[in-house]
Design a protein around this ligand. Sequence first.
Ligand SMILES: CC(=O)SCCNC(=O)CCNC(=O)[C@H](O)C(C)(C)COP(=O)(O)OP(=O)(O)OC[C@H]1O[C@@H](n2cnc3c(N)ncnc32)[C@H](O)[C@@H]1OP(=O)(O)O
Ligand SMILES: CC(=O)C(=O)O
Length: 530
Amino acid sequence: MSDLHVYDTTLRDGAQQEGLNLSVGDKLAISAHLDDLGVGFIEGGWPGANPKDTEFFARAATDLRLRNATLAAFGATRRAGGRAARDPLVRALLDSQAQVITLVAKSHTGHVERALRTTLEENLEMIRDTVSFLRGEGRRVFLDAEHFFDGYATDRAYALEAVRAAAESGAEVIALCDTNGGMLPDQVADVVRDVVVSTGARIGIHCHNDTGCAVANSMAAVDAGATHVQGTVNGYGERTGNADLLTVVANLQLKKGLDLLEPHRLQESTRIAHAIAEVTNVPAYSRQPYVGSSAFAHKAGLHASAIKVDPDLYQHMDPKHVGNDMRMLVSDMAGRASIELKSRELGFDLDPSDEADAATLARVLRSVKDKELRGYTFDAADASFELLLRREVDGVLPAFFEVESWRVITDARGDDDALSEATVKLAAAGERVVQTGEGNGPVNALDHALRSSLAAAYPEIGHLELIDYKVRILDAAHGTDAVTRVLIETSDGTTSWTTIGVAANILEASWDALVESVTYGLVRAGVAPR
Ligand SMILES: CC(=O)SCCNC(=O)CCNC(=O)[C@H](O)C(C)(C)COP(=O)(O)OP(=O)(O)OC[C@H]1O[C@@H](n2cnc3c(N)ncnc32)[C@H](O)[C@@H]1OP(=O)(O)O
Ligand SMILES: CC(=O)C(=O)O
């Protein structure tokens, strides 16, 4: 294994992201995921700064059984004019029982004078005093040199002096922070190279993403001699976020050949990125490098035709190394190869050299392109594509029920909330069924009426639940005459699927998407028509 530190600050700097709020339980859950991933250090928060972080460290000491990672507590050097031994925030760091303490310190003359409002010498003394005190108490100390790159540009000698003060007092690592995130890779590389040579200290890197270069800057720093890299899962963090640690680690391991995580742990990256997104309640970013759901999704027909020969022709790596999967998307940009590969993904082996299969592929492709012209979008509605495919592959999609008619009315009385009532007439299992359903809106009422009219014939779909409903007006210039696209996401409790309806009438589009959703639910459940 490489001796480069993988240092995660999701729970501290990641939690500084707008709208992200972690409970103590959330932090413990994320710590367990990070430990599974195999990071070396988990920065848990700033004990003493708020009761939640103090409690996190107290609970971590008893409840968290880390197998791989070491917990680090973050905090500032002592206040100007005081003594580290008597500083309540420094005391809180010790009380956290964390074996690693990461101190944030100033290395930029302007920040010392204007933010700390103290002298340059006193700032160096704050670093020396706090580092030596914590070392004397038996803790490992890392130091985050805040605004280092801006400080270096303002006064190189002082910035280097701050690094030396920390290293000579016993700090094991000095992480150079691009706190304002304004650096570019060549600048970071030049500075890191100089600091490594000039101070001989072990140098780390901590980058923010304000120029969109946090990952590239972290890579450049490692290339220039940094041996400790900080970042956050999914790139969470203040403003535009921190370096995404998952991307940095995958780049270093898979592209630069550094041995950072055991391969089976790296293969957990995709799962862990999504599991942590569930805890943070920040929607996973589909285009996230390596672990995003679109990271290995292919839409263009020409890409698919080459991928058929060899996936490497249009992929920078095998997604299995990070636990992700290749996916084919079907749309009006598809060609026959896209349909063939997507069909294979769905369990249909259509051989283009067979005349009948080739005709099916051509029919499916034509149908997809015609429908996309009318407003369908199959890359967002995989389940509807599968149903289209099954309709075209003879005899594969049975008729589960036959709709005779449906209607819906909405009633508003006085100040009461409007209520909708739908009536559905259909035939299933040899019976004609007429059912009504009520709902807080017309689609909700239609959904209830449709599912209750199928309940006797197909009890298997009783547990299906509509979990998302999206409407998009496709030609805004037409105002209320426009075509409407409805996407419905349905869950059976373990998995979910999306179906689509497109029509001039919003209720018709919704109804079509609902019928598709229930039909797909029956296909998934392996039910035979009754
Ligand atoms: C770049 C980064 O992201 S570093 C991490 C930043 N994270 C946070 O700020 C989140 C947690 N912070 C907090 O909970 C609070 O800001 C606390 C508890 C740390 C301090 O709260 P308060 O005592 O109310 O002070 P406040 O936040 O207004 O001001 C910061 C004080 O810390 C001092 N300070 C700032 N940086 C440092 C430093 N590196 N070392 C020592 N003191 C510092 C400032 O001079 C100021 O002191 P003053 O009150 O004597 O003027
Ligand atoms: C310490 C830190 O988070 C920063 O300087 O960005």
